[in-house]
Every structure is written in C-alpha cells, then in structure tokens.
Design a protein around this ligand. Structure first.
Ligand code: NAP
Length: 310
C-alpha cells in the first residue's frame, strides 16, 4: 500500500491505450522495495472535442513538467511524436528516433530510450551474447529499431532485418550502417531468409504478430526458417508463449519472451529518475511478481502453453 503524503513524487506513463500496462506494478514495487516516496500512475492522452491527439500531447508534456512530475514513460503511439517537445534527446534514442523515458532537465524533459538497453540487459541476464553474433531482427517498427540499433551498437557481426514492408527494413539497415560507420546491417523481405547462409542465428522477434491473440500465428511459419535459429528472443510477453517461441523450440533452439525486457526497460528508467542502481535481488523479486501476474492475466491458450491448466 502506497502511503501518499505531502512529499510524494508522481511519475507516470503517457500513451493510448494505457489500461493494460504493467508499468505501475513494476515502478510502485521497485519504489516500495527500495524505499522511495513516489507513486506511478497511467495517463491516457487522447484527442477530445476540441483537440487533436498531437495537440493533447503538446499540452501534456510541458504541463507535466510544470506540475513537477518527476519522470515519465512514453508508449504507443507517442514514442516519436514526443521528440520535438523535449529539452534534448540522449543516445541511443536520437539514432533510434524514439524515446520511452523522460527525465527532468532544467527547462524541460530529456528523452532516453531504455527499450534498447532493457533488451540488452534482459539478454545478458539470460546468458545471451551479442558481440560477434549473427543477429536477425524480424520487423522494422519501433521495437525492431531499438533491437537492431542495440545489436549493432553492442558489436553484432551482422544484423539482418526482415520485414513485411521490405523497404522499411532496407532503410533501417542503411541508417544503422551510417550511424555505426560499419557495413554490418542488411534489410529485406521476410522471405529473404531463404538466401541466408545455413548457419545458426540469434533471432529477435520484434513484429506485433502474436500479440494478444491465440498463440497459433508466427510472422514466419515455414519450419525451414527455424533451422537457422539457435536462440529465439520474442519481444511479446502476452501471451507468454508464442508460436514463434514454439517453432524455435521445436527446431531445437532456446526461446525467451519479452517480459524481462519489459522489466529492465523499467529498471533503467527507475535508475535514471532516482540516480540509483537497482540491486539484482530486487529486480529478480519484481520479475517473479510480473511472471505471476502475466500468467494470471493471460488467456486459457496461454495458460495451457505455460504449463497451467486452462
Ligand atoms: P510497430 O511500430 O507498430 O511495428 C509493428 C511491426 O510488426 C512492423 O514491423 C510490422 O510490419 C509488423 N507487422 C504487423 N502486423 C504484421 C503482419 N500481419 N505480418 C507481418 N508483419 C506484421 O510496433 P512496435 O512498437 O515495434 O511493437 C512490436 C512488438 O514489440 C509488439 O508486440 C510490442 O508489444 C512488443 N514490444 C515489447 C516490448 C517489451 O518491453 N517487451 C517493448 C516494446 C515493444 P510492417 O512494417 O510491414 O507493417
């Protein structure tokens, strides 16, 4: 139970929708375990009778700063739209072109992207190496951009981006090659896996295929693709077992979902806001609670995959 008093600092999440977010649970738990007097709440920012959504966002950000909101997370659909409303944007968010965390500066908020670092920390925690790895990223949306830049910045030997809209993947690869000044990235269509060398890859599944739907759809269904996968890292966490993970395991690979990435993007935001380091035991405790809630909130299909009775 949060004890609200005259010194309580407010933090929150801006997005649309925000009703199903797990961020309040993570941040309020971190605060309770680490002894911070704060409350983290969701803020729905949407259009109204006299305001467009972008006008609402443009009012919300300086309004939050004026109200003394200690820090904010930004989610869909505002991760890029918020950029011009910030005092400045820190690396790697500027390269990725999206921020998910705002930290108070002198005259406004400073933008960070903790999705990229959160994914990296999650992978490290799971014992997954990036340096010199051959990485495939499925998707070229916001999460895929964070994943692909992260892989390139952390020293992947190759980053192959494959997307339904192939031109988006090719453009992202060109951006990465320019920013990193090395020809490590290539982009193309989903079917282009057939032209890849027959070696095993680390694959990051960053499309929204499989999100909140019965776990019977994967962005690539062809079993031949999974012969190229030694590790399948799914960014979706609900359902906690997706068809991508299932197909990866069937082909003998290791598979993970996106819940740990969700945890660590929040942990890094918390650390930025409070200039602190979250001890591993605290992160592990919050993760256990997240897993519990994620399974309980899941569909019968998901509970069956997760080993529970439907
Ligand atoms: P986004 O910007 O809307 O991008 C969606 C991506 O999915 C695009 O590459 C899109 O391809 C692809 N896609 C959508 N429907 C498809 C279909 N039917 N067939 C093939 N490709 C399809 O979304 P996002 O923000 O990147 O999020 C992507 C996923 O990552 C979501 O499931 C989200 O929940 C997850 N995520 C997880 C975390 C975490 O902390 N674990 C953080 C952020 C995001 P086109 O370009 O061709 O449309």
């Amino acid at each position: 139970m949060i004890d609200i008093n005259g010194s309580t600092k407010i933090f929150g999440l801006i997005g649309n929708p925000v009703e199903h977010t797990l961020s309040p649970l993570i941040h309020n738990q971190l605060a309770a375990l680490m002894g911070y007097n704060m409350a983290y709440v969701p803020f729905l920012v949407t259009d109204g009778k006299t305001m467009t959504a972008s006008a609402a966002l443009a009012a919300a950000i300086p309004g939050a700063f004026t109200l003394g909101i200690g820090g904010l997370n930004i989610t869909v659909p505002y991760k890029s739209a918020v950029l011009p409303l910030l005092e400045r944007v820190e690396a790697p968010a500027a390269a990725i072109g999206a921020v998910n965390t705002l930290v108070r500066g002198e005259n406004g908020y400073i933008g960070y992207n903790t999705d990229a670092e959160g994914l990296y920390r999650a992978m490290q925690d799971d014992g997954i190496n990036i340096n010199n790895e051959a990485v495939i990223v499925l998707g070229a949306g916001g999460a895929a951009r964070a994943a692909a830049f992260m892989a390139a910045f952390k020293g992947a030997a190759a980053v192959v981006i494959m997307n339904r809209a192939a031109a988006k993947a090719t453009a992202l690869a060109a951006e990465i090659n320019k920013v990193t000044a090395r020809e490590c990235a290539a982009g193309g269509a989903l079917a282009d896996f057939k032209a890849l060398p027959a070696r095993k890859h680390l694959v990051i599944q960053a499309t929204s295929v499989g999100l909140n739907e019965p776990a019977d759809r994967a962005v690539i269904a062809d079993p031949a693709f999974y012969q190229l996968v030694h590790t399948g890292y799914e960014l979706i966490y609900r359902p906690s077992e997706t068809m991508f993970m299932n197909l990866t395991r069937q082909a003998g690979g290791r598979a993970y979902n996106g819940l740990k990435m969700l945890l660590y993007q929040a942990v890094q935001a918390f650390e930025l806001w409070h200039q602190t380091a979250v001890p591993p035991a605290v992160a592990a405790q919050v993760y256990r609670e997240l897993q519990d809630i994620n399974i309980k909130a899941a569909s019968p299909v998901n509970r069956r995959y997760a080993g529970e009775e439907a």
